[in-house]
Design a protein around this ligand. Sequence first.
Ligand code: NAP
Length: 254
Amino acid sequence: MDLPKTPSFTLPGKRALVTGAGRGIGLAAAAALAQAGAEVTLAARTLADVEAAAAALRAQGLAAQALSLDVTDLTRMQEELDATEPFDVLVNNAGTNRPSAFLDVTVENFDLVMNINVRAAYFVAQTVARGMVKAGKGGSIIHISSQMGHVGSARRSIYCASKWAMEGFSKAMAIELAPHKVRVNTLAPTFIQTPMTKPFFEDEKFRASVVGMIKLGRIGEVEDLMGAIVFLASDASALMTGSSLVVDGGWTAE
Ligand code: NAP
């Protein structure tokens, strides 16, 4: 009897780019992809961070290199990425948050968050997708969105706007790129312990309110996302595009 065979969760021979890979979720995504066999380029503004991360991966016998890149500098970003071999996988992760009461939101903070979470993420995806289409081998684009791309939350009107925008362009990209076998999905995590969220959780009341919303009763760790990253990057998700993988401990179930 011929039993169905589980598609591969490994990524041998694949080239992956992770933006914002110096720490937090991006670093975990880079480690996950490298451990699955991909050759990973880790990009961030702070070259020392990505160099240290790439060196740590290489020390484990994995394939990794660092790239100094500010994704908001669109001209330079396009030049840098056009100068590399095309990628098979993009983890479009660089992003930020400036929590603020809606009535107090400043134009400066609105522009700062939208500039990186929407404008830069959109054009990084376009640049990498052009390379994928030209290479003609297909690919997987993973946008790091958020549960806040599916719901609303107090003090997060800019962040929600940015991640709902990402969910929107991800779906539109998926439709246009499907004929080229380029899959486009988002990963939508709940609150994860990272350098970005560390200051938020110093407020004990806020921390308790977050844990109260996560039905599994704990804040996420970056390791909670690593399996999802490998799944979305690999043939295991071959029929998945235009979708969102929500890893939220049950936050949005209610
Ligand atoms: P983080 O700890 O602040 O790390 C962000 C990374 O992005 C750093 O490596 C940073 O390095 C890089 N980065 C920032 N601005 C950049 C730029 N202009 N160009 C290139 N790289 C840049 O953030 P995180 O918590 O891991 O979050 C990563 C992503 O996950 C974001 O898109 C965030 O919205 C999303 N997310 C986070 C959570 C959470 O709870 N942590 C939940 C859902 C979604 P440099 O400063 O050196 O450039």
